[in-house]
Design a protein around this ligand. Structure first.
Ligand SMILES: Nc1ncnc2c1ncn2[C@@H]1O[C@H](COP(=O)(O)OP(=O)(O)OP(=O)(O)O)[C@@H](O)[C@H]1O
Ligand SMILES: [Mg+2]
Length: 254
């Protein structure tokens, strides 16, 4: 049985994430980076963007939200993927080594668009898009075809990723993250390698799909102009460096 905690509801929509005093420290060769999150609350169905310069901690935050990186310290870290379910205490999973259960939560409820795309080169576009669905044992129900249609990649379903343009590959990666209808999609710079016009087009297809299936979105990007046009809520962050550049700290809240 999962340990459950009741959380006060602060808006009309229940909170999918509720973090308080979460810290992640990363260190290599005497240089350290610290991400501090005094408070972060994300309601179901919200579309959130973290915009910031390279190295400010965007991927670190997203990886913690996807349970890929374990926080160094936690005041509270609650995740409520289902409207009718109770909030889950994610710190309890980490603390007690319940990594398989964390993996199951991730598989079932989270779609992830990786910074590097992450398509499997030996699978067709259709099989790439089906990947999360097959892991969950979901039967074909037309969702992959529908998502491909919405993203304008129907003609490419039988191809290998190598035979696609960068923009097409990024659309496939978005399709793969959405096709199993997760509660939330986390996207790490999903349009980073596209020109501004193509980025705008792909981003609005992505947000349109998320709205159609009531998926919460958290994305990291450099592309503030597109993000603003799409009406996403922007997380605030502040990055500071100590005098000898040995410690960089980013504080995120929202
Ligand atoms: N495995 C690691 N070990 C130690 N430090 C790391 C590790 N990965 C990242 N860092 C450091 O953590 C900081 C934040 O990295 P992160 O990848 O979260 O930044 P980012 O905002 O996603 O950057 P980008 O826009 O370039 O993707 C950086 O200073 C980086 O050097
Ligand atoms: Mg990154």
């Amino acid at each position: 049985m999962s340990k459950v905690i009741s959380t006060a509801q602060t808006s009309e929509q229940p909170l999918i994430y509720h973090l308080r005093d979460v810290v992640k420290t990363r260190e290599a060769e005497g240089v350290a980076f610290r991400l501090r999150i005094p408070s972060l609350q994300i309601a179901m169905g919200e579309k959130i963007a973290l915009i910031g310069e390279s190295g400010c901690g965007k991927s670190t935050l997203l990886d913690m939200l996807a349970f890929i990186l374990q926080p160094s310290a936690v005041g509270a870290f609650r995740f409520r993927p289902e409207r009718n379910g109770e909030p889950l205490d994610i710190q309890d999973y980490w603390k007690n080594g319940r990594l398989n259960e964390l993996g199951d939560l991730r598989k079932r409820h989270i779609g992830y668009v990786m910074q590097t795309g992450g398509l499997l080169p030996y699978l067709t576009v259709r099989d790439n898009m089906n990947l999360c669905r097959s892991v969950l044992g979901l039967r074909p129900d037309g969702m992959v075809e529908h998502v491909a249609e919405e993203l304008g990649i129907t003609a490419h379903l039988g191809k290998l990723p190598d035979a696609l343009s960068t923009g097409e590959r990024q659309r496939v990666a978005i399709g793969r993250a959405v096709a199993h209808r997760p509660s939330i999609v986390i996207a790490d710079e999903p349009t980073a390698s596209l020109d501004p016009y193509a980025a705008e087009k792909v981003m609005s297809m992505f947000i349109g799909l998320a709205e159609e299936f009531n998926i919460t979105v958290i994305l990291a990007s450099h592309a503030w102009r597109n993000i603003k046009q799409l009406g996403l809520r922007r997380l605030t962050h502040r990055t500071t460096c100590d005098a000898d550049n040995k410690l960089t700290e980013t504080m995120v809240s929202g």
